[in-house]
Design a protein around this ligand. Structure first.
Ligand SMILES: Nc1ncnc2c1ncn2[C@@H]1O[C@H](COP(=O)(O)OP(=O)(O)OP(=O)(O)O)[C@@H](O)[C@H]1O
Ligand SMILES: [Mg+2]
Length: 109
């Protein structure tokens, strides 16, 4: 989809890596959820948005979850901070007991 929209192969690869990390978190922590991919129009440029949402356990301390190396599952703790670095925009909202939504965007060069 990113390639069809004119993103470079490099950027399409970064978007795919971000989707993969967000999907892995859904499977690991919430078991199920949704990933929505869509185009977004900025003032002068076109973007690609990925919205990963679930109704899982939520994240009690989002700032902590965004730190390199923080993991509650004994994993590397690099998924969320990595996604933040791979993409141009990053937003996360999470409510303990209700779920998590991560919205990320990449703008076409
Ligand atoms: N969708 C989610 N629902 C609930 N908790 C989450 C979710 N995504 C991330 N977390 C919490 O945030 C922490 C950090 O996530 P992150 O993806 O950075 O690391 P990780 O999944 O533990 O390890 P890695 O992704 O490097 O294998 C997780 O350990 C987990 O506690
Ligand atoms: Mg992860």
């Amino acid at each position: 989809m990113a390639a069809e929209l004119g993103f470079s192969t490099g950027d399409a690869t970064l978007i795919a890596a971000a989707i993969s990390e967000l999907a892995r978190n859904i499977v690991s922590y919430a078991r199920k959820g949704q990933i929505t991919l869509k185009t977004v129009n900025g003032l002068k440029r076109q973007g690609f948005a990925v919205i990963a949402s679930d109704d899982g356990p939520g994240i009690p301390d989002v700032q902590q979850a965004l730190r390199d190396g923080f993991s509650t599952s004994g994993s590397l703790g690099l998924g969320l901070p990595g996604v933040r670095r791979l993409m141009d925009e990053f937003e996360i909202t999470s409510q303990p007991g209700r779920g998590t939504t991560v919205t990320v965007k990449k703008w076409r060069q």
